[in-house]
Write a protein that binds this ligand. Structure first.
Ligand SMILES: Nc1nc2c(c(=O)[nH]1)N[C@H]1C(S)=C(S)[C@@H](COP(=O)(O)O)O[C@H]1N2
Ligand SMILES: [Mo]
Length: 252
């Protein structure tokens, strides 16, 4: 991605000018620099492009807020998910020994990793907030393997622009751009608050993208795909969220 200065964006009117003219200018500048989200063609396209481009220009490397240990929520809100299938329960009974994360697409070396493989690769922790678009949030410690370590292991090709991640729930899949995929706080999480990641919170493996809304933090991750285009995934809008009316880019 071409680095573009904040000044250039302001000069182009993206930040200062409100309204349709501003949006059109932002759209032009964003296109020139490749800062177009996959859902830019939809109803809210120009707005989505403005949000994404402005966030990327001003804060590609910004960190999500981390909290002191004393602020970890005592009763974190567990969002309801579909009841686990028999196949999942069988895996759970076996301690998720057979759980595999497949890494494929535009990589030098496709991978199939167990949770233990991930733990051996790298382990980090962060105390960050899950923020749901419905208005609630909680703080927890997340322990996991930075996604960047997995991508480095697989060797993503230079033309890769997005990492697609899928779960055992076919309607819960997402993608992020490389700025978020390589961001130090983006984790494949297998631990929470000093223990294993509970099933209700996405165990044995959950994506944590603390710079975006909770729906980007998909539970029960099984599959990563590196790609240069989102056109061939689902309806081509980047993830399941825009198909249901939510933004692909959900920065907070
Ligand atoms: N596989 C899967 N991942 C999911 C969801 C889901 O229903 N299924 N819900 C998402 C939404 S909308 C939010 S806000 C968070 C909620 O996380 P929590 O259960 O830890 O509170 O998980 C996200 N990840
Ligand atoms: Mo949510």
């Amino acid at each position: 991605m071409t680095p573009i200065s904040r000044r250039k964006l302001i000069a182009g009117g993206a930040i200062t000018a409100a309204g349709v003219a501003g949006l059109a200018a932002a759209d032009r500048i964003a296109r020139r620099h490749g800062l177009i989200p996959p859902d830019s063609g939809g109803l809210y396209g120009p707005g989505e492009t403005l949000t994404y481009a402005a966030q990327r220009v001003m804060g590609e490397h910004a960190l999500a807020r981390e909290f002191p240990r004393g602020m970890i929520s005592k009763a974190p809100f567990m969002n309801e998910v579909a009841p686990p299938t028999d196949a999942f329960k069988k895996q759970q009974a076996a301690g998720f020994r057979d759980w595999r994360l497949v890494v494929d697409g535009m990589v030098e070396q496709p991978l199939s990793l167990s949770v233990a493989d991930l733990q051996a690769l790298a382990r980090r922790n962060q105390i960050t907030e899950v923020v749901c678009e419905e208005g609630w949030s909680y703080v927890a410690e997340w322990i996991g393997t930075p996604l960047s370590a997995v991508l480095q292991e697989a060797g993503t090709l230079p033309q890769v622009r997005y990492i697609v991640y899928r779960s055992i729930q076919s309607d819960w899949w997402e993608s992020i751009d490389m700025a978020d995929a390589l961001h130090p706080q983006t984790f494949l999480t297998w631990g929470m608050n000093d223990g294993d990641l509970p099933v209700g919170f996405g165990g044995p493996l959950r994506m944590r993208v603390p710079r975006q809304l909770g729906y980007k933090s998909v539970k029960y991750i099984t599959h990563l795909t590196a790609t240069d285009s989102m056109k061939k995934f689902g309806k081509g809008l980047g993830s399941a969220s825009p198909e249901g009316g939510y933004a692909w880019y959900a920065g907070i």
